[in-house]
Design a protein around this ligand. Structure first.
Ligand code: TXA
Ligand code: MG
Length: 316
């Protein structure tokens, strides 16, 4: 199969919708990373996402919708979820919410769970595709399972490190502005909000709107966890060493501050997040072990460090 690169114009979007209607997965841009989308109500279409990614089937997928009214067809929003939706949607926030009995979402989408991860992306092309398709799109990041997430159509279409040859099409809208996946929030049995995955929306911003601290599952074993939080993830082919003040002989150095390969020359965490996956890919292509500079553990730095720790974790 040849992977078509479609422009993000009316014709490209119409072609993408034709594939989606046929039950074929299509990669689409979002402000966080490219997603591999399929109709969340069509179990076979969603199965093709898992097959193209080589993803373990116990891992549930996020569903994308164009607006709050559409979200409410699939999930029940509590008061806190509604506050967060008003504050941060469209944008890089995913909320895990109780699935409605009449949702029509295929069980493979949620991997059999009675909850659903939902998000309204802010990328204009993603919203245009969602409106044109007129249905919920399940979309995990558009990379082979366990590999570096894709922040451009070229990453997606790469035949070696991406999904090139495994999917019919990718809609090309250039580089993603946020560059790391959405922040995921869920609620405990007792109704307490929990941070399930740090991401493109800093946890502090969520806490400011809720007026309370989020549970951190890694600090609190009672809190709910996200089944997708496997420790080795986002992995380049070469080894990765973190918190490196300088490179050792033979290593490629990813700087934070001035440097040849830098996440941000001005030490800006937003710029570093947007550059992260592209730089990891470029460093990986050089074939030498990668040493990464220390990144401050604050704001978007929390999501960047989370992805870097997974990239550096022992491989399964
Ligand atoms: O920014 C993003 O979120 C991107 C773009 C494409 O929207 N999507 C993305 O999806 O990162 P994915 O599938 O790579 O990550 C989704 C995470 C997984 O770790 C999964 O386990 C968790 O969300 N998740 C999804 N549904 C869940 C549920 N019902 N309960 C708990 N965790 C869930
Ligand atoms: Mg992913």
């Amino acid at each position: 199969m040849q992977t078509l690169i479609l422009p993000a114009d009316a014709q490209g979007i119409a072609t993408a919708c034709e594939w989606l209607t046929l039950g074929q997965p299509v990669a689409i841009p979002t402000e966080t990373v490219y997603g591999l989308a399929a109709d969340a109500r069509n179990g076979e279409a969603v199965a093709r996402i898992y097959a193209a990614k080589g993803r373990p089937s116990f891992n549930p997928l996020i569903v994308h919708v164009p607006g709050l009214a559409e979200a409410e067809r699939y999930v029940h929003l509590g008061d806190q979820a509604r506050l967060l939706a008003e504050a941060f949607w469209p944008g890089p926030l995913t909320m895990i919410l109780p699935l409605r009995d009449d949702s029509g979402i295929a069980s493979i989408t949620t991997a059999g769970l009675r909850t659903l991860g939902v998000r309204i992306p802010s990328h204009p092309a993603a919203l245009a595709i969602l409106r044109a398709f007129d249905g919920p799109l399940a979309a995990p990041s558009a990379n082979p399972s366990g590999r570096i997430s894709a922040t451009s159509a070229a990453h997606v279409a790469d035949e070696v490190t991406g999904l090139g040859g495994r999917i019919p099409a990718v809609v090309d809208a250039g580089a993603c502005s946020v560059g790391v996946e959405s922040t995921i929030i869920g609620w405990s049995e007792a109704g307490e909000p929990a941070l399930l995955r740090p991401g493109g929306l800093p946890a502090e911003a969520i806490e400011a709107v809720l007026g309370c601290a989020l549970l951190r599952p890694e600090l609190n074993p009672e809190a709910p966890t996200s089944p997708g939080q496997l420790s080795s993830h986002y992995a380049p082919a070469v080894p990765v060493r973190l918190d490196a003040e300088t490179a050792l002989p033979g290593e490629t150095y990813l700087a934070f501050g001035p440097g040849a390969l830098t996440l941000s020359a001005s030490r800006d965490l937003t710029e570093a997040a947007a550059n992260l996956f592209d730089l990891l890919r470029r460093a990986d292509e050089l074939g030498r072990p990668i040493a990464v500079a220390p990144i401050p553990e604050e704001g978007l730095g929390v999501a960047i460090n989370d992805r870097l720790r997974r990239a550096a974790a022992p491989r399964p």
